[in-house]
Ligand binder design. Structure first.
Ligand SMILES: C[S@@+](CC[C@H](N)C(=O)[O-])C[C@H]1O[C@@H](n2cnc3c(N)ncnc32)[C@H](O)[C@@H]1O
Length: 197
């Protein structure tokens, strides 16, 4: 029995360490470092209600960072299994393309939608739906931080819903669009300019 317990403990420790190393590798990418050191502190300083879309093990430490000065973070993911990496007590499983129905009673000051267009929300039609649905749950002047990869999808600023509802915005001292030399990631900051209804 003791042997079995210690074998299990070694196995779980190995699994935990492998997962931690994977998360550390992702968090060390230049786009993640900018997210953690510039966008998240600036959004945290703005406060209010913040929606984080797409939850993985490596995003779990971003919610307390966003909440450090009083903001309230909600999280969502289409994958029910991702709930364990969501904000405890404030997570809803749902499809970004219908996120206005998932959060029909909340209006957000900011949405962080990083690595979801092109990682599940892939067709231009679904991206149009997602942009419209996100516009529907932002407060007037609310901010959308959209992270995407230019080797995965076409420029989301060319979607008709983006032009219809959003204008360019700023988070902290970052320009509206940020690109990287070493990775294909792009960040766009958008501000809700016209309400959906
Ligand atoms: C590459 S991960 C990005 C995770 C995280 N947002 C980040 O900053 O890296 C993509 C995530 O989007 C979720 N996802 C894919 N399609 C979705 C959809 N239609 N609605 C909500 N979440 C979706 C996946 O389940 C996955 O957790």
């Amino acid at each position: 029995m003791t042997d079995l317990l210690s074998a299990l403990s070694v196995r779980f420790e190995g699994l935990f360490q492998r997962r931690k190393r994977g998360a550390d590798r992702i968090r060390d990418l230049p786009d993640r470092r900018l997210l953690a050191t510039a966008y998240i502190p600036a959004l945290a300083a703005r406060g209010g209600l913040i929606l984080w879309v797409g939850c993985r093990a490596y995003t779990a430490e971003d919610y307390p960072a966003l909440e450090q000065w009083g903001a309230e973070v909600w999280t969502t993911d289409i994958d029910p299994k991702a709930a364990r990496w969501g904000r405890a007590g404030r997570h809803q499983t749902g499809d970004l393309c219908q996120i206005d129905q998932v959060f029909d009673d909340l209006r957000f000051d900011a949405i962080v939608c990083n690595g979801v267009l092109g990682f599940g929300v892939d067709s231009p039609a679904s991206q149009e739906q997602a942009m419209t649905a996100m516009a529907g749950i932002l407060k007037p002047g609310g901010l959308l931080l959209l992270g995407w990869n230019n080797d995965k999808i076409d420029d989301p600023l060319k979607l008709s819903a983006t032009g219809r509802f959003f204008t360019t915005g700023h988070i902290g001292s970052q320009p509206p669009r940020v690109r990287f030399d070493d990775v294909t990631h792009v960040y766009d900051t958008l501000e809700l300019a016209r309400p959906v209804h």
